[in-house]
Design a protein around this ligand. Structure first.
Ligand code: ADP
Length: 539
């Protein structure tokens, strides 16, 4: 039978067209890199995106060319976010916190032809430009007045480029499976790996995001998570898709700076746990409240129970714990409040919120043992977590082999158990698991419990070799202030939640824990640091 429906390519340009047509005046605020907080809306962001697309074409951009973008979350970045794919280009997000050699590697590997950069980040590019033979043009995302002096000749000025462009540029059309964006995994071992999103995967992923009970046109959404981290958690797609208002926080990620932006009426925000732990401390110290904020999405690393409790009990802000990864565009699961969870008492609801929720439509999950046998969803059995979906990687950029097994499943590298209702509890990265006497001890559970102590800022559990038990956990702690917490107090706190054999053998205080470019604790570097201090650790 011949089907009756139209072909409608799922291209991201449709999202910004929709927002400009149906939500044109919805405000978008942003802290500019030049300083002041500015207000714009979807109509003007759309106009600038079209002008920028026209400018890229006039500079010689061809369909399929890669444009690297190193920029903070600003309204201007939103126009660039849509202008590049609208001109037929591919938006390659660049994390300014990467080491110089990693940046050089990914810019050359993805074959970036043009680079876009916020003016304060230009020194990073100046430092490596002589190692980037393929880069032809560099566009500084500012106006003439703020163009920095530079040793790079022929820098282009964003505002000067777009101002003379005519309005009404027609987006470059094409197949929905064309490449739209690239994000590299931060690569704790080996070279970073490129994940290439298609127009289709980004549109479907944004729709899945919207269907996960998270946002609506009544929301004012502030993505604290940078657009360069894991596809910006797709918020630059899902917010205009639902016609939400937005607040873009710029480069000031201090609790004070973020609080000032939250005061602009933000109802929904999203970031990694460390950002929220710092903000909660700031609120406490300054006796502040969060009257507008309704929901906070916390993901990228496990969210301690104490953070969920404080947000919900003290500030009346609902926490949506989420899990995902660059390879999944990134949403894998989100713990939204289904009716059955709303009905629960506070303790049971918190137990559920320690999981990362369940998968939205279009994401499939399973757990297996090391032999590949699928394991039951009984809330207890732990195994390797695998995924399949409409926005999940199949093959990394320029690799010869697929990243999935023969049946299309991608190994997330995470360990998890799943309840009969589909709620996923992430227990570890598979390379970080601690196995003591044949039993697994969840490093994430130990860390989250220790962080519940008011004097503990960060905690990292590591397995160290042991002659009798194979491995035993030790816990590294960073204190929240100048006063070191008492070891026995931390142990007593943990003894309330763990059996004796699960408790760490030792607690070590450090001044600093090594982090990755995306702000997560790097267990690899931490192991090296401990080895330097005399611990016998396999690296
Ligand atoms: P990067 O490693 O570059 O920061 P990702 O954001 O892709 O990039 O990292 C994904 C990994 O982060 C996941 O595989 C998982 O180990 C971890 N992660 C993400 N969200 C959570 C969460 N809510 N709880 C525990 N771990 C998480």
């Amino acid at each position: 039978m011949q089907a009756s429906m139209q072909e409608f390519p799922l291209r991201v340009s449709e999202i910004i067209d929709h927002a400009a047509l149906l939500h044109p005046d919805r405000p978008v605020f942003g802290r500019s890199i030049e300083g002041p907080i500015l207000e714009t809306n979807w109509r003007d962001i759309h106009t600038d995106a079209k002008k920028f697309a026209a400018a890229l074409i006039s500079l010689g951009l061809k369909k399929g060319d890669v444009v690297g973008v190193m920029a903070w979350n600003t309204p201007r970045h939103l126009s660039v976010w849509y202008g590049i794919p609208g001109a037929g280009g591919i938006n390659h997000t660049l994390n300014p916190r990467l080491f110089a050699d990693q940046l050089v590697y990914i810019i050359n590997h993805a074959q970036d032809r043009f680079l876009m950069v916020d003016f304060d980040l230009l020194p990073i590019i100046e430092n490596i430009i002589d190692q980037l033979p393929l880069v032809e043009k560099i566009i500084v995302m500012t106006d003439r007045e703020h163009m920095p002096d530079s040793n790079i000749p022929d820098l282009l000025c964003y505002e000067e480029l777009i101002t003379p462009q005519p309005e009404g540029f027609d987006w470059v059309q094409g197949d929905e499976t064309e490449a739209c964006g690239i994000c590299y995994t931060s690569g704790t071992t080996g070279d970073p790996k490129g994940v290439v999103y298609t127009h289709r995967s980004n549109v479907l992923h944004a729709m899945a995001n919207c269907a996960a009970d998270s946002a609506s046109s009544n929301d004012r959404i502030m993505p604290v998570v940078p657009l360069f981290h894991a596809n910006g958690w797709s918020i630059a797609y899902s917010a205009p898709m639902v016609g939400a208002s937005m607040v873009m926080p710029g480069r000031d990620m201090t609790p004070k700076g973020l609080f000032e932006m939250l005061e602009l009426g933000v109802t929904l925000t999203a970031a990694v746990p460390t950002i929220w732990m710092q903000l909660l401390q700031y609120l406490e110290e300054n006796n502040l409240q969060l009257p507008n904020l309704e929901k906070v999405i916390i993901g990228g690393a496990s969210c301690p129970r104490s953070v969920v409790e404080t947000f919900q009990n003290k500030y009346d802000v609902q926490v949506l714990h989420a899990w995902g990864m660059t390879e999944m565009s990134p949403l894998g699961t989100i713990c939204s409040f289904k009716p059955e969870i709303m009905e629960m008492d506070a303790k049971n609801r918190l137990d559920i919120q320690e999981t990362v929720g369940h998968a939205p439509f279009s994401v499939s999950l399973k757990i297996s043992d090391d032999a590949g046998t699928e394991l039951p969803w009984d809330g207890k059995t732990q195994g390797r977590l695998w995924t399949k979906g409409a926005a999940v990687v199949k093959r990394y950029l320029k690799q010869d082999n697929d990243a999935v097994d023969a049946n299309g499943w991608f190994d997330t590298g995470d360990m998890a158990s799943i309840t009969p209702q589909g709620y996923v509890r992430i227990t570890d990265r598979s390379k970080d698991v601690i196995k003591s006497g044949g039993e697994w001890i969840s490093s994430i559970a130990l860390e989250n419990c220790a962080v519940g102590h008011p004097l503990v800022a960060e905690a990292a559990a590591i397995g160290v070799p042991h002659p009798k038990w194979d491995e035993r956990p030790i816990l590294v702690i960073i204190a929240a202030g100048d006063t070191l917490p008492d070891k026995s107090e931390i142990m007593a706190l943990m003894a309330q939640s763990f059996a004796k054999w699960q408790l760490p053998d030792d607690i070590i205080f450090m001044d600093e824990i090594p982090h990755t470019a995306t702000g997560k604790i790097s267990k690899l570097l931490l192991r090296k640091k401990l080895a330097d201090q005399g611990y016998e650790l396999p690296l």
